[in-house]
Design a protein around this ligand. Structure first.
Ligand SMILES: [Zn+2]
Length: 70
């Protein structure tokens, strides 16, 4: 298994939804990424998600196979 990852997919965490909300391309700078204040809306299950302050490093650590559930 490779650690190499070029993209993280933000997907809706709701059961049976899993809709792709956003693609994030990894920059290689772990301190990058400022999502605070950004709102995502899932058109499938109508959830509205307000994102917290994440760094790229946190995103990669918390993602599973390139998928980050929000
Ligand atoms: Zn959803």
């Amino acid at each position: 298994m490779s650690d190499y990852q070029e993209m993280v997919e933000f997907r809706c965490r709701r059961h049976n939804c899993n809709k792709l909300l956003l693609n994030y391309y990894i920059t290689g700078v772990g301190s990058n990424l400022h999502l605070e204040g950004i709102e995502l809306k899932c058109n499938k299950c109508k959830r509205v998600l307000r994102l917290k302050k994440y760094t790229e490093q946190m995103l990669i650590e918390q993602s599973d196979n390139g998928v980050f559930k929000v």
